[in-house]
Ligand binder design. Structure first.
Ligand SMILES: Cc1cc2nc3c(=O)[nH]c(=O)nc-3n(C[C@H](O)[C@H](O)[C@H](O)COP(=O)(O)O)c2cc1C
Ligand code: SF4
Length: 452
């Protein structure tokens, strides 16, 4: 397998990057081709967004490029807040240059003169690496006409949601706005959201938002061509992907694999599998998609879809046979409840009620009223949802309850948890050398985003 995203050792300088086989060639090729042909290469490569949704990148670029009037912007989403995911941070640490080159190619393609790179303020190493890469590249005259601003944002999970990301860049809290970035972009003065611009102009400023890994893939595609990218992976999921594997594994880590590799092989190759004498009971692709139990499924968009789930950001939270799935559902639900911003009442209220019912059942105090509350709120938590978080609550909780129905019944009939064992939602603070460090403050986070 050709590994092209994660170098064997981190690249420390621009000179080192330019000395690699393709360093700088992607941008040079895009400059030769011009915007339309650059977009055509990305479209033909079949690249799909690695931020979670898997939207075809070329199609997104084309819609921003041909969107309504106004100044166009490019935003790199480096907020990486999905539990069980560390791949964007690994990429920024190992090779920030390919990311900046990808951003500059995207700016050229959609004719944006200004770009923003948004990272959490707590990502100190990555902020330092990306800032230095931008400075080195601009000093070297690489697309120096494009203005690059690095934004250090808050810790909240919603910061990574693209409509909330734009709010943060504009100086507000991460509360998702109504319309998507291609319709209501950065610094828009459009009236479609129900408010009027102060100067009478109408400028929706279509904005392209792409994930770190998506943009890091772009220079390689421009340098080597769409066919090269299509020669790896599957028809519907070409190329490589950077996976994170954490949880009940021997050595949690990040690793680049070819899309289509079976999930079990990925868990073994990236994280050395589960402990001796244990077996995998379940895998959660973050907190955004239904649980899976079949390790033979291919790690690809269509592979996870066929299993009734979604690949998301290619993070795997592995649970072995000692895990209590009711405890896991409770912890996941609490995470989403706490992180919900409350702009849509059924999301905040519903996830609160679901969390309370799961807390009762998990503690062995559950009864029929808790099951009724779960049924009621799982059906309604998404009512009037402005963003996908409410859907995540439904998908994750409902899938665990359905797949592990007998574990729920065991709790109800025995009045206790049959597999008492703590479970912490793996919001990663660091991941290196086969050791994962979880953010312990998350357990004390309150639904109003303060910490107790
Ligand atoms: C609650 C929530 C959190 C998200 N967090 C992230 C994130 O941390 N990083 C990211 O790239 N995308 C995140 N996304 C997805 C983004 O909204 C968006 O789809 C993505 O950045 C688009 O880039 P792509 O097309 O390159 O995947 C999140 C979505 C939701 C609903
Ligand atoms: S769905 Fe939930 S998280 Fe998303 S905007 Fe509404 S309240 Fe906030």
């Amino acid at each position: 397998m050709t590994q092209y995203l994660l170098p064997p050792t981190p690249l420390e300088t621009l000179d080192e990057y330019l000395a690699t086989e393709t360093g700088g060639l992607g941008l040079a090729r895009a400059q030769e081709l011009g915007p339309e042909a650059t977009i055509a290469v990305v479209r033909d490569s079949g690249l799909r967004g690695r931020g979670g949704g898997g939207f075809p990148t070329g199609r997104k670029w084309a819609s921003v490029a041909s969107g309504p009037a106004g100044t166009r912007y490019v935003v790199c989403n480096g907020a990486e807040g999905e539990p069980g995911t560390f791949k964007d941070r690994a990429l920024m640490r190992a090779n920030p240059y390919q990311l900046v080159e990808g951003i500059l190619i995207a700016a050229l393609a959609v004719r944006a003169g200004e770009v923003f790179i948004a990272l959490k303020a707590s990502f100190r190493t990555e902020l330092e690496r990306v800032t230095r890469a931008v400075q080195e590249m601009q000093t070297a005259g690489i697309a120096s006409e494009c203005s690059v601003t690095i934004v250090a944002g808050p810790e909240e999970y919603l910061f990574g949601e693209e409509k909330a990301l734009l709010e943060v860049i504009e100086g507000r809290p991460p509360m998702p706005r109504l319309l998507p970035p291609y319709e209501h972009g950065l610094f828009a003065t459009d009236i479609t959201a129900g408010w009027e611009s102060t100067d009478g102009t109408r400028s929706p400023n279509p904005t392209l938002v792409n994930n770190v890994e998506t943009l890091s893939s772009v220079p390689h595609i421009l340098a080597r061509g769409a066919e090269w990218h299509r020669s790896m992976g599957t028809d519907a999921s070409p190329g490589n992907v950077v996976c994170t594997v954490v949880g009940d594994v021997v050595a949690p880590d990040v690793g680049e694999i070819e899309l289509g590799t079976p999930l079990g092989e990925v868990i073994d190759a990236v994280a050395s599998g589960v402990g001796a004498g244990r077996r995998v009971k379940a895998v959660l692709p973050g907190v955004a998609a239904p649980v899976v139990t079949d390790l033979s499924i291919p790690v690809s968009y269509e592979g996870f879809e066929a299993a009734g789930s979604a690949m998301g950001a290619a993070g795997s939270i592995v649970l072995d046979d000692s895990a209590c799935m009711v405890t896991v559902a409770h912890a996941m639900s609490r995470f989403l409840y706490v992180e919900s911003c409350g702009q849509c009442p059924p999301c905040k209220l519903g996830s609160a009620e679901i969390t309370t019912a799961l807390e009762h059942i998990d503690a062995g105090d559950g009864d029929g009223a808790d099951l009724d509350a779960l049924e009621h709120w799982i059906a309604r938590v998404t009512d009037g949802n402005r963003c996908y978080l409410a859907i995540q609550e439904r998908l994750v909780v409902a899938s665990i309850l359905k797949t592990f129905r007998t574990e729920v019944e065991e709790h109800l009939t025995s009045g206790a948890c049959p597999r008492p064992r703590p479970f912490v939602v793996p919001k990663l603070r660091d991941l290196s050398g086969g050791v994962a460090f979880y953010d312990e403050r998350q357990a004390t986070k309150q639904p109003d985003w303060t910490y107790s």
